[in-house]
Design a protein around this ligand. Structure first.
Ligand code: NI
Length: 470
């Protein structure tokens, strides 16, 4: 819930200065009235500055906090505007027009200690066009801190590109606004987060651009609200913390736990998990599915998020035929070398795409290159996806030779092995029938990774290497 507190100021012109008779250009500052009142938010003290002279009138609403640094930063913005206004008003030669400056303040709480301060400045001097501007401060009065956008959205090229895309789409959807925007100017402001005026709530990230900044003046101040749902994948954990939102994946339990059913385990059985990475691939994945069917085998496919939209019916076939679908990230980065926001996005984007296609989320996760760190584990835990490594590497990606793939797998496999293959190489599809034939003759059954973990009674989040021997 968002409470919005707006102060409306009613200004009355008393004409105090004019009673002093003919004026020299003197001492406008002395006419300033300062009034302090408490706001309804503890620690935020409202300050109203007013002055009325022959040359100008101003009414400024501002705020003081118990943190000098915070107060100074806000004050310095107010003072700068006030001084410039007074100087320009004094130089104004259109005598019959009193210059006016109003700065209004809207305060929206984010949490018990964090607030968005939204200043609206309206200035008119002489017969020039008026100026309308917004200035935003997002502050924490306990820490005495002014937040930067980069505190919540890591300022990476990817995040910038993603945010830019979301903003462009939002603008494109608004025909009237779209017609006004000068895209090169907009893109220039997005190049550096420090250029942006923004506010954040648990419902939206709101951007403001001043008059003439990214559009013709007729467009006025532009306010663009990006619903939180559209940008939450960009927000880091600190942002979630600030918004007092629990960091939870989009998955709910019922969706996550919809793993393929298993045959009852044979207490004396030998089980291995066949795993296939980097797909789906139009022809190779289909061939592999045919082979698995022939051997009554179940496998686990660690799919790439950026591949699955190309072959939705293949993804559905994998799920329908009782195989397990895992996530292998969206774009196959080395997760040990990227930041937390990226890791989150790699999980989330794949989860979302998969959910759209098969109505549930991936149940297991395999990090590209087998590279993971504590942060990866945290997200894997949040998404309830055990991190699955392997104990047998078919080296199919290296040898690209069916006979050698066969030898690697058959020589390496023991009871409880997790076997790594890639369903993007034809040689892998070629080797699979002879591999399965051999292993079947040795008494192995082929189960999904989750089934293997269940059989081993180690279904915790992981990581899992499949080194169990019975
Ligand atoms: Ni891979």
């Amino acid at each position: 819930m968002i409470f919005i507190f707006t102060m409306f100021y009613i200004f009355t012109v008393t004409g105090v200065e004019s009673e002093m008779g003919v004026e020299t250009a003197e001492p406008v500052e002395t006419s300033e009235q300062v009034e302090m009142t408490e706001s309804k938010y503890p620690g935020l003290h409202l300050e109203t500055l007013t002055a009325s002279t022959e040359k100008y009138i101003y009414a400024i609403h501002s705020i003081k906090t118990d943190h000098p640094n915070l107060t100074d930063a806000i004050q310095s913005w107010i003072d700068g505007n006030k001084k410039q206004f007074i100087n320009e008003a004094k130089e104004n030669t259109v005598l019959d027009l009193t210059a006016t400056l109003h700065i209004d303040l809207e305060t929206t709480p984010i949490s018990d200690s964090a607030y968005n301060l939204i200043f609206s400045k309206h200035e008119k001097i002489g017969d020039a066009n008026g100026i309308n501007e917004k200035k935003l401060f997002t502050i924490n009065i306990e820490e005495g801190k002014i937040y930067k956008l980069a505190d919540f959205i890591e300022e990476t090229d990817e995040n910038k590109a993603d945010l830019t895309q979301i903003i462009l789409e939002k603008i494109a959807a608004d025909e009237a606004l779209n017609a006004e925007i000068i895209e090169t100017e907009l893109l220039a402001t997005l190049a550096d987060f420090d250029n942006l005026e923004w506010a954040i709530t648990d419902e939206a990230l709101i951007f403001y651009w001043n008059e003439y900044e990214i559009a013709a003046g007729s467009a006025g101040v532009i306010r663009l609200e990006l619903p939180f749902d559209d940008i939450k994948h960009l927000i880091n954990e600190k942002g979630y913390e600030l918004l007092q939102l629990e960091f939870v994946p989009n998955a709910d339990d019922t969706d996550v736990i919809a793993r393929p059913e298993r045959e009852p385990f044979d207490p004396d059985g030998k089980y291995v998990a066949l795993t296939f990475d980097d797909g789906p691939h139009q022809t190779v994945t289909a061939l592999i599915l045919d082979t698995l069917n022939d051997f009554d085998a179940k496998g686990t496919f660690f799919m790439l998020g950026n591949q699955i939209d190309y072959y939705p019916s293949l993804v559905q076939r994998v799920a329908e035929e009782g195989h397990e679908i895992g996530s292998h990230t969206e774009t196959h980065p080395d997760l040990s070398k990227v930041d937390g926001a990226r890791i989150k996005k790699e999980f989330e984007a794949t989860n979302e795409r998969m959910h759209k296609i098969i109505g549930r989320y991936p149940t297991v996760f395999r990090p590209p290159y087998g590279a993971y760190n504590e942060e990866v584990m945290t997200y894997a835990t949040n998404y309830k996806q055990p991190v699955i490594m392997w104990s047998v590497d078919s080296l199919d990606w290296k040898t690209r030779n069916a006979a050698e793939i066969y030898t690697e797998i058959v020589n390496g496999t023991t009871n409880g092995s997790i076997i790594l293959m890639h369903d993007i190489h034809e040689e892998t599809a070629e080797a699979l029938p002879i591999v399965l034939n051999k292993l079947k003759n040795e008494g192995y059954s082929f189960v999904t990774v989750s089934q293997l973990l269940e059989w081993r009674e180690t279904p915790e989040i992981g990581p899992h290497f499949g080194t169990y021997k019975k």
